[in-house]
Design a protein around this ligand. Structure first.
Ligand code: NI
Ligand code: MN
Length: 226
């Protein structure tokens, strides 16, 4: 499958021709200044939680593309009040079968409110099983032993894990998380966007090498095949 990185925790995954966008935060991100928001086509937008650095461009893209929003019930309700009609509300522990595969909403240890302060339910991650690959998108989270459940239940090909520290796991925690979910391949996210979460790339890659993990730090705008 093909993935494109748009900065912070935003990725576009092409799953057999269906385009699934995670946590769009592009137009306010100076590091993503070269990305043309209007060039992004998507069929689904999955939001891990309500914080602005994950949802900033969601309303615009949902309205422009007609994509279906998949998120916590409280987040979906907030977007419905803004006129978004294509939605699928979920909550932690639930699974939905969609045309590109199954999406399970899993626990994240984090807070969640929408940009205007509205309660956004519990922060979440997603496990996506598609015909090509099974992957875990952790959202914003601390390292938690619950991740072992994912490793026990799924054959995870790779995981999108936050590595920026301060608000989420750091690189070292993400390496433990990769062990818990039983994958060797980590796509790093939630780093460098703000001073609080700047990381040393060389050190991060060295830590991953020593832990015998493959850590991918994509360029913003870069597309790779996984
Ligand atoms: Ni957050
Ligand atoms: Mn965040």
């Amino acid at each position: 499958m093909e993935i494109t990185y748009y900065g912070q925790s935003c990725f576009l995954c092409d799953l057999g021709g269906t385009k699934v966008l995670f946590d769009p935060f592009i137009s306010p991100n100076p590091l993503a200044a070269d990305i043309d928001l209007d060039s992004i086509q998507c069929d689904y937008i999955l939001l891990s939680h309500g914080h602005a650095d994950h949802v900033a461009d969601a309303e615009y893209l949902l309205k422009k593309t007609g994509a279906t929003l998949v998120a916590a019930f409280e987040i979906v309700t907030w977007y419905q009040a803004k006129g978004i009609e294509n939605v699928h509300p979920m909550n932690i522990g639930g699974k939905v079968h969609l045309p590109f595969g199954t999406v399970k909403m899993v626990n994240a240890i984090h807070s969640s409110a929408l940009p205007d302060g509205t309660y956004a339910g519990q922060a979440a991650g997603f496990v996506v099983e598609s015909a090509e690959k099974t992957f875990y998108f952790a959202g914003d989270t601390a390292l938690t032993y619950d991740m072992k459940l994912i490793g026990d239940r799924y054959r995870v090909d790779f995981a999108f894990l936050p590595i920026g520290d301060n608000f989420t796991m750091d690189v070292e925690d993400s390496l433990v998380a990769a062990n818990y979910v039983n994958t060797k391949k980590i796509v790093g996210m939630h780093y460098d966007t703000f001073p609080y979460i700047e990381i040393d790339h060389v050190e991060a890659l060295e830590l991953a090498r020593r832990a015998q993990k493959e850590l991918l730090l994509l360029e913003i705008g870069q597309t790779i095949e996984l």
